[in-house]
Design a protein around this ligand. Structure first.
Ligand code: PHE
Length: 435
């Protein structure tokens, strides 16, 4: 077993891992689209204000609870008050549920990496993608393959697994992203894509836009399932987390913007409609790759980039239950990872089949995949973030003046943590559940 309480080798390793957790599918297939749909540059301004003022607070609080208690989620909550144990358990449970749908997408990415080695012109990607998702056995195999990749790194431990993966994959991600941006901007009429993303549209400023921005920010910053709490618990005592919090927020936003600058110029250059999610990544973009010279290489680069982003996020999702299992049940990482593999597979396989043979099985009108997405993004993550703020503010009594020099800003932080952010999270929860 790894030494009792692992810690990061350096501040850079921690930041890379935390940014690796934050930068994932949320940045690439959701942020640019949400930005384009919700007023472009205006959305960006609102988003930046929201993350600096509001999201800073739960993000900082998660890292702080981990760093102060030096425990995984369940132990951390329990050490503050034994009554909070159940609230702590909700974090690894959320992690298991998120991985059950997130990893399915990871499987599709692996498939498209393989596909990039064939002649892309032969495919009609709309039909191809539907067939891929409906074809039960290969689809389940892909989901499990992605799960195994993430489990492999997690099982190797914090330094040899998590740090190693992030140290290799994050720089690779950044280099491929810059290369693809250069390519995308060199296409004819690429400015139309930038206009779609950035053109300010004041008519879109409304309550819906604020909530869209906030929901997106929580998911993309990995707030509300204990990933940052667990990563925070591996920080050595002397390291401040204020700067790290801003670095995570800044990098996550930067990568989301860069993802948009990579995607939209290409889409508009080909006169296609921008969309989000699976349709954008697995149908629209491959359609473009098939039409450009050396498209297979561009396709390979793009899906490797996506895999790097998804794996570093996936590892952080797994680390939450793995840390809880190793520390609470006193079992080795390998054993915890093996058990977790079967637990996640038990959820992920039915979710994968919900595109095929289990398609008619609906819970509240949603198939299993959509249901897992809905329950985690709209219910559990805001709820976990709410309890985290309450526990950090009212029980652990984290105070702004312990890390902010300016008295007024420290006061705003205290009010935010104890009142404003919890109320906003409840509002988000209320609206999210009516969706
Ligand atoms: N932030 C990741 C993304 O944008 C997803 C994630 C959520 C990772 C919660 C960890 C915890 O894709």
């Amino acid at each position: 077993m790894e030494d009792k309480r692992p810690s990061w080798s350096s501040r850079v390793s921690f930041i890379l891992a935390a940014v690796g957790s934050a930068v994932g599918l949320g940045n690439i297939w959701r942020f640019p689209y949400i930005m384009g749909q919700n007023g472009g540059a205006i959305f960006l301004v609102v988003y930046l204000l929201l993350i600096i003022t509001i999201c800073f607070i739960p993000l900082f609080a998660e890292l702080a609870v981990g760093k102060i208690t030096k425990k995984e989620c369940v132990g951390a909550y329990e050490s503050i008050n034994p009554k909070f144990k159940l609230l702590g358990i909700m974090n690894p449970v959320t992690g298991i549920l998120i991985s059950s749908f997130y990893f399915i997408v990871g499987g599709w990415i692996i498939n498209y990496i393989g596909l990039s080695f064939s002649n892309l012109k032969m495919f009609n990607f709309g039909e191809y993608f539907t067939e891929l998702t409906q074809n039960s056995i290969p689809a389940c195999g892909l989901t499990l393959a992605f799960l195994l990749i993430c489990i492999f790194f997690t099982a190797r431990g914090v330094k040899k697994g998590i740090e190693f993966a992030n140290n290799v994959l994050m720089p690779m991600f950044a280099v491929i992203l810059l290369g693809l941006i250069a390519f995308s901007l060199s296409l004819p009429n690429s400015h139309l894509g930038l206009e779609y993303m950035f053109k300010p549209d004041f008519s879109k400023v409304n309550a819906h836009m604020f909530l869209a921005a906030l929901g997106q920010a929580l998911f993309t910053l990995s707030i509300g399932m204990g990933a940052l709490l667990t990563y925070g618990s591996y920080i050595k005592d002397d390291k401040s987390i204020t700067k790290s919090t801003y670095t995570i927020i800044f990098s996550d936003t930067l990568f989301a913007l860069l993802a948009g600058i990579m995607i939209f110029p290409a889409i508009f250059s080909f006169g296609l409609e921008p969309n989000s999610g699976a349709g954008l990544v697995f149908v629209t973009l491959p359609h473009i790759f098939a039409q450009i010279p050396h498209g297979e290489i561009v396709s390979l680069a793009f899906f490797v980039l996506l895999l790097a982003a998804a794996v570093t996020s996936g590892i952080s999702i797994l680390e939450v239950p793995v840390a809880s299992m190793t520390e609470r049940m006193k079992i080795s990482r390998t054993k915890a990872c093996t058990i977790l593999f079967f637990i996640i597979a038990a959820f992920a396989i039915p979710a994968t089949l919900s595109f095929g043979i289990l398609g008619d099985f609906k819970i509240f009108g949603k198939n299993i995949f959509d249901c897992l997405d809905f329950v985690t993004s709209n219910l559990l993550m805001p709820l976990n973030a709410f309890f985290l703020c309450i526990i950090a503010g009212w029980f652990l009594k984290i105070k702004g003046n312990s890390f902010i020099n300016n008295k007024f800003v420290a006061f705003l932080f205290d009010i935010g943590l104890k009142f404003v952010v919890p109320i906003i999270l409840l509002l988000l929860l209320y609206i999210g559940l009516r969706a």
